[in-house]
Ligand binder design. Structure first.
Ligand code: UD1
Length: 430
């Protein structure tokens, strides 16, 4: 099991380049098999979840050609199987996108019930409701979701909760259904727009993505395309908070600043300076950080995937801050780990009450999930002394070359694989 070992205390300074959005890429890769022509996708992040999905797609017969680390060609004309039980697919949440993609194209799909980060109960009732509304039969048997339809016919669908996954999945199926579909109370996240743009570039007719009403006119088939995935707003936001917590000065490049507005607003509130450029943001943290309140919400609200990162930063801010998690119920598991580093956070229900401390002190902690793991790395970078973060396999699901990018900003962090390597690092950094 690999770990990160970190000697904290260095302000992060310099420039970092952000990769493609993992959550957009997962949906786009699944949607790429919806045509029999070859699709070329660029700006793909080279992270574990993406590689698992690519293997699963290959496993059902699609031709996947990795041109380089960030570029792939996919041809779905040879798909021979609509059953995906591939061992690792259960571990990634986005396996549910294969349901929408296969159902839309072949009118049948069988996919293992999705897993993903353990951040609370993650129902898929809205996906199922959408598939049924479009004419599909859906049942769960032996750990598989099995869905099939004689014919897919457009419908008017009102989502009971704002969900990214169900919005995208319904959009994919409706793209190849007969007639018109309207999705109301749709999610507005940048990756919903990115997937709609991707499908439209393949010949779909989707309007309104980015608002809460999406209108889809079904088309007979989709065709080849070349597409570049949007930058990852969560990776960008993670580096922005790493700059804030370490009292650094970091320019985060290759981003769409508009997608980062909720994060930027909070950084300004706590006393950082944020400068926006066309495709970059610079975060300077030179004054004592101040407390604030934050509540996670669907886009354009503050993202749940940025909740642990702001919380560890508020843990070092003056005064009492309140963080309310309104999307997933089990997203405060890092709090106990942070307490070992001197953090003072009390969780009551879906609220964390954070009393800022002057400093964290290095300790051995464990990454409970992807974003919380990244947040503990931020805490380690800001802390006095040595921090070891165990279970970094979670972090590797969503961050490409995390430690290399951090080292480029002056951090002392290494990926290690044994106690002796940890000791070696400790001796080296003194
Ligand atoms: C996606 C992201 C995840 C992010 C989340 C919210 C991927 C692979 N994951 O997850 O990183 O944290 O969006 O931005 O893209 N819900 C239902 N029924 C459903 C579906 C969802 O009740 O059928 C609820 C969920 O429990 C949650 C809320 O809706 O409370 C939002 O979930 P959703 O947006 O669907 O998240 P995911 O697609 O799972």
């Amino acid at each position: 099991m690999e770990q990160y070992v970190i000697k904290g205390g260095n302000p992060l300074v310099g420039e970092v380049k952000i990769g493609g959005a993992k959550n957009a890429a997962l949906a786009i890769l699944a949607a790429a098999i919806m045509t029999d022509e070859t699709v070329y996708i660029d700006n793909l992040p080279d992270v574990r979840d993406i590689n698992v999905l690519l293997q699963a797609i290959e496993g059902i017969g699609a031709v996947v050609e990795r041109i380089d680390r960030h570029t792939v060609k996919i041809n779905g004309s040879m798909i021979r199987d609509v059953n995906i039980e591939y061992e690792y697919i259960k571990k990634i949440r986005a396996s549910y996108y294969l349901l929408g993609a296969l159902l839309g194209k072949y009118k049948k799909a069988e996919v293992a019930l999705p897993g993903g980060c353990n951040i609370g109960s993650r129902p898929i009732d809205q996906h199922i409701k959408g598939f049924r509304a479009l004419g599909a039969d859906v049942r769960i048997e032996h750990g598989l979701i099995i869905t099939e339809a004689e014919e897919l016919i457009g419908n008017h669908i009102y989502l009971d909760v704002v969900t990214v996954g169900a919005t995208i999945n319904i959009m994919m199926v409706a793209a190849l259904a007969k007639g018109n579909t309207i999705i109301e109370n749709a999610a507005k996240e940048p990756h919903v727009v990115d997937v709609a743009n991707f499908l439209n570039s393949m010949g779909a007719n989707i309007k309104g993505a980015g608002t809460d009403v999406i209108r889809i006119k079904g088309v007979e088939k989709l065709h080849k395309t070349e597409y570049s995935i949007i930058p990852d707003q969560i990776e960008a936001g993670t580096f922005m908070f790493a700059a804030a917590a370490t009292k650094g000065d970091v320019t985060v490049k290759n981003v769409i600043p508009k997608h980062l507005e909720a994060t930027t607003a909070k950084l300004l509130e706590i006393g950082c300076e944020v400068e926006e450029f066309d495709d970059a943001v610079r975060v300077v943290s030179s004054k004592p950080l101040q407390h604030t309140h934050v509540k996670t919400l669907p886009y354009p609200g503050y993202p749940t995937d940025m909740q642990p990162q702001i919380a560890v930063t508020l843990g070092l801010s003056q005064g009492t801050s309140i963080v309310t998690e309104s999307i997933f119920e089990n997203r405060f598991k890092y709090v106990d780990e942070l307490a070992r580093m001197g953090g003072d956070i009390k969780v009551e229900g879906n609220t964390a009450i954070i009393n800022g401390v002057e400093k964290y002190t290095g300790a051995r902690v464990s990454a409970p999930d992807l974003r919380a793991g990244a947040a503990l790395v931020i805490a380690g970078l800001a802390a006095e002394g040595i921090t070891v973060v165990d279970d970094i396999v979670y972090i590797q699901r969503g961050y490409e070359c995390f430690e290399e990018k951090l080292r480029g900003l002056g951090a002392q962090i290494e990926k290690v694989n044994s106690e002796s390597e940890i000791q070696k690092f400790t001796l080296k950094v003194g």
